[in-house]
Design a protein around this ligand. Structure first.
Ligand code: HEC
Ligand code: HEC
Length: 403
């Protein structure tokens, strides 16, 4: 009896197995990309386009076939991922965006408004943009920028672009601020800049007719605090991307360089030529800086300690952040103290004006001869190459101008 039952069971399992094998297997879900009409048995191979499938949400994706839980509703801010240029995709890693400050449409718009608004300064006269103007690739044209009390600082304003790719994440000439959020705390209270206090700046924003609602839209609260102010500003700054210079187009195979520009590029890369690439990058680094802190022999005596003033180590005296060489046409004067008014002066300095300082970088390989000793025509070629790093679209991009 038991034997017979066992036989029956085996027969049953066997026939189910045989019949399942005979059915065609594939993806049986009609909404999948690879839906197979003939398939009778699903084999788990269905492929979907994931995204938000709810037409009532703020980020509905009509192409998406499977909801991935990313839908954003009502008062949630709308995600605004950075538009990464092709040349960065090709040569650079991902931009650095802190987990607690994702890019959103509302956050970026608020940051842009704050960046251009003198409300952050003590007497309502100076905005970030006064020292970081789009026409100058977000720096200014002064040797030293002057704050609200008419007192000049002791450093040259720095241009702002591609800072989301500064993965060293150290800001200012001496690297004293960590993160773009951390950086933005500085100027508001700097006595030779906006000379305000944070409680005062926050109170002005809170009393303003528009700002509480804008913070609500960006961060879900109309109670303003300094952390939210710097987050919004940092979001706007991360959208400031410069990647359409003549050299970028050359590197992407779209536009040729002239023989003179090519000769300048060779000098830039050649240790027996201009010897610039150690610190300022190469065609494979579209940032044109290594973001490291170095002494390039600028100061005969260390009037400004630079990194040393931050770390307290005398080995760091005279070291400053290597600046990007993009957009030099717009960013004069040059160096942390704005001592050089023209690119010709910069090139003359590297050619024959170096100071043999205690902490001079070992990458200044021609220090024993006071510089790389370029001929007048080599200097002209090097300059022509440097100017191919000019991005005219950057300074006129409508998304970057005052709102
Ligand atoms: C009075 C002119 C002035 C104002 C106003 C000002 N800045 Fe600056 N900014 C400077 C100077 C000068 C530096 C370099 C200072 C240093 O290195 O010590 C700088 C540096 C920076 C940097 C560092 C860039 C880098 O690559 O390290 C950022 C970012 C920046 N400012 C953003 C802002 C923001 C945001 C505001 C408004 C909240 C602002 N600045 C207001 C003059 C100014
Ligand atoms: C050892 C590293 C190193 C080498 C090599 C080097 N630089 Fe620099 N460069 C720096 C540093 C660091 C600064 C900022 C120094 C300061 O302000 O005190 C700088 C500043 C500059 C600036 C000013 C940019 C601005 O925004 O103010 C230009 C232009 C420049 N370098 C071009 C060149 C050229 C051209 C060469 C080759 C002839 C070269 N550099 C070689 C490290 C280097």
């Amino acid at each position: 009896m038991i034997k017979r039952l066992l036989y029956l069971v085996i027969l049953l399992i066997g026939s189910i197995w045989i019949s399942s094998c005979s059915k065609q297997r594939g993806c049986t879900d009609p909404i999948a990309e690879n839906y197979n009409v003939d398939a009778e048995k699903d084999d788990g191979s269905c492929v979907y386009i994931y995204g938000c499938t709810d037409p009532d949400s703020k980020n509905y994706n009509p192409e998406a076939t499977k909801n991935d839980g990313s839908c954003v509703y009502g008062s949630d801010p709308t995600p605004a991922p950075l538009q990464i240029p092709q040349i960065f995709v090709q040569y650079l890693g991902a931009p650095y965006i802190p987990n607690d400050n994702p890019q959103t449409v509302e956050g970026i718009a608020l940051g842009r408004k704050l960046f251009y608004d003198p409300i952050l300064s003590a007497n309502n006269t100076q905005a970030c943009a006064d020292c970081h103007s789009p026409a100058s690739a977000f720096t200014d044209t002064n040797q030293f920028s002057t704050g609200i009390d008419g007192i000049p600082g002791n450093r040259n304003s720095m241009p702002i672009f591609n800072l989301a790719w500064n993965t060293a994440n150290k800001f200012f000439w001496d690297g004293r601020a960590t993160g773009l959020e951390g950086q933005a705390f500085g100027p508001v209270v700097n006595p030779v800049e906006m000379h305000n206090t944070w409680p005062n700046a926050v109170a002005s924003l809170q009393a303003h007719p528009a700002y509480p609602g804008l913070f609500e839209a960006a961060f879900g609260t109309s109670t303003i605090d300094s952390n939210l102010v710097v987050k919004a500003i940092a979001q706007f700054e991360r959208t400031l991307i410069s990647a359409n210079s003549k050299f970028d187009r050359y590197q992407m195979g779209i536009e040729p360089l002239t023989p003179q520009e090519l000769s300048g590029l060779n000098l830039f890369m050649d240790t027996q030529g201009g010897d610039c690439m150690h610190c300022h990058g190469s065609p494979a680094n579209p940032l044109w800086t290594d973001y490291e802190f170095k002494d390039n022999g600028l100061q005969a005596t260390y009037v400004d300690l630079g990194l040393g003033g931050v770390t307290g180590s005398s080995f760091d005296d005279g070291k400053f952040k290597t600046p990007s060489l993009r957009n030099l046409l717009f960013t004069a004067p040059y160096m942390h103290d704005g001592r050089f008014a023209t690119l010709d002066e910069v090139i003359d300095f590297y050619s024959s004006g170096l100071n043999n300082t205690p902490n001079i970088s070992s990458q200044m390989e021609h220090i024993s001869t006071g510089g790389v000793q370029l001929t007048p025509s080599e200097k002209a070629d090097l300059k022509a190459f440097l100017l191919t790093l000019t991005d005219y679209d950057y300074i006129t991009n409508p998304n970057y101008q005052a709102p």
